[in-house]
Ligand binder design. Structure first.
Ligand code: C2E
Ligand code: CA
Ligand code: CA
Ligand code: CA
Length: 284
C-alpha cells in the first residue's frame, strides 16, 4: 500500500495531498507492531484447522493449521496483514515456533482419541528457514510425542527462492527426520521449475487463484492440469486449495488431483468444530 501511495504522489507531483494517507498507513503499521509484541502474552493468537480430503473418496487425511489474531485493541486481523509485519519486526520466529508447538499439541490430542492417521500441516515463513528450525521441529514432535510422519511443513516457492542454498540444506535435514514438505502457492512464484530437482519435496499445492476460475477460464484449467501432470511425473502428491463449488470439485476429480481443501468442504475450524466433524463422520 505504501508503494502505491508513493507512485500516486509522484505521478501527480503532489506530495502534500497524499501525506495524510501515508501517515495513516504508518500509524496502522505502528499499532500492528505494538499489538503483535503483546499478542502471545495476552493470549490473542489462536489456531484454526482446515480439513483436507482425498479424491475421489473424500476421506479426511488431516488439517492445515492457520493462524488467527484477535487483538483487544485492533479487532481481528488477517494473517495476510500481520504476518508480513511480524516478519519485519523479527517476531515471526517466535510466533512460528508457537504455532508449530500448538499444532503438534493439538494433533497429539487427536491421535490420543484414536485418529492416529491424521496429519497436520504448518505454514512456514521464509525467515524460519534457518538451521535451528530442524531442532525446533524435532523438539515440538518429541514434546507432543508424535511421529515425524504426522507433520507436514508448507513453504512457498518465493520463500524458498529467497535463499535456495540454505533451503536445500534445511529441507534435506527435515526430510531425514521423516517429515513431509509441501510447496505452497505453487505456480505463483515466477521461478524456474528446475529447482524442483534439488528439493526433497513431497507435495505441490495448487494456489486458490488457479482453482477459482477453473470452470470458466481456459488458462486456469490448463495451468491446473499442467501442475497435476508435473506432480504425477515427479511422483509428488498434489493438493488443490480454495475449492468452493461442485463444478471445481468435479473438474479436479476428473483431472485426478490427489487431495482438496476449501469452503465447499469446510472453513478453517476451531478444535471444538473439529471434534464435531469427527463425531459427524463417525455417525455417517
Ligand atoms: P495459504 O497458506 O495459501 O492458506 C490458504 C488461505 O486460503 C487461508 O487464508 C484459508 O483460510 C483460505 N481458504 C481456504 N479455503 C478457501 C476457499 O475455499 N476459498 C477462499 N477464498 N479461501 C480459502 P488465511 O487463513 O487468511 O491465511 C492467509 C495466508 O496467511 C496463508 O495462505 C498463509 O500464507 C499465511 N498464514 C496463515 N497462517 C500462517 C502461519 O501460521 N504461519 C505463516 N508463516 N503463514 C501463515
Ligand atoms: Ca498453506
Ligand atoms: Ca495459497
Ligand atoms: Ca495419492
Amino acid at each position: 500500500d505504501t508503494a502505491m501511495y508513493y507512485a500516486k504522489s509522484q505521478g501527480r507531483n503532489n506530495f502534500q495531498f497524499y501525506l495524510p494517507a501515508m501517515n495513516e498507513v504508518t500509524s496502522r503499521q505502528l499499532s500492528l507492531e505494538a499489538g503483535l509484541k503483546e499478542a502471545i502474552e495476552r493470549d490473542e493468537l489462536y489456531l484454526v484447522y482446515q480439513p483436507k480430503y482425498t479424491l475421489p473418496q473424500h476421506k479426511l487425511t488431516g488439517f492445515e493449521t492457520l493462524l488467527r489474531w484477535e487483538s483487544n485493541t485492533l479487532g481481528s486481523i488477517s494473517p495476510m496483514e500481520f504476518i508480513p509485519v511480524a516478519e519485519e519486526i523479527g517476531m515471526i520466529e517466535l510466533i512460528g515456533h508457537w504455532v508449530l508447538n500448538q499444532a503438534c499439541q493439538q494433533l497429539s490430542v487427536w491421535h490420543q482419541i484414536g485418529h492416529t492417521d491424521l496429519t497436520i500441516a504448518v505454514n512456514l515463513s521464509a525467515k524460519q528457514l534457518k538451521t535451528d528450525l530442524v531442532s525446533i521441529v524435532q523438539a515440538a514432535l518429541a514434546v507432543a510425542n508424535l511421529p515425524a510422519s504426522a507433520l507436514e511443513l508448507e513453504i512457498t516457492e518465493s520463500s524458498i527462492m529467497k535463499n535456495p542454498t540454505d533451503a536445500v540444506t534445511i529441507f534435506t535435514q527435515l526430510k531425514e527426520l521423516g517429515i513431509s514438505l509441501a510447496i505452497d502457492d505453487f505456480g505463483t512464484g515466477y521461478s524456474s521449475l528446475s529447482y524442483l530437482k534439488h528439493f526433497p519435496v513431497d507435495t505441490l499445492k495448487i494456489d486458490k487463484s488457479f482453482v477459482h476460475d477453473i470452470d470458466s477460464k481456459k488458462a486456469d484449467a490448463t495451468i491446473t492440469t499442467a501442475i497435476i501432470a508435473l506432480a504425477k511425473s515427479l511422483q509428488l502428491e498434489v493438493v488443490a486449495e480454495g475449492v468452493e463449488n461442485h463444478k471445481q470439485l468435479s473438474l479436479l476429480t476428473d483431472y485426478q488431483c490427489d487431495q482438496v481443501q476449501g469452503f465447499l468442504f469446510n472453513k478453517p475450524l476451531t478444535p471444538d468444530e473439529c471434534d464435531h466433524l469427527f463425531f459427524k463422520t463417525a455417525q455417517a
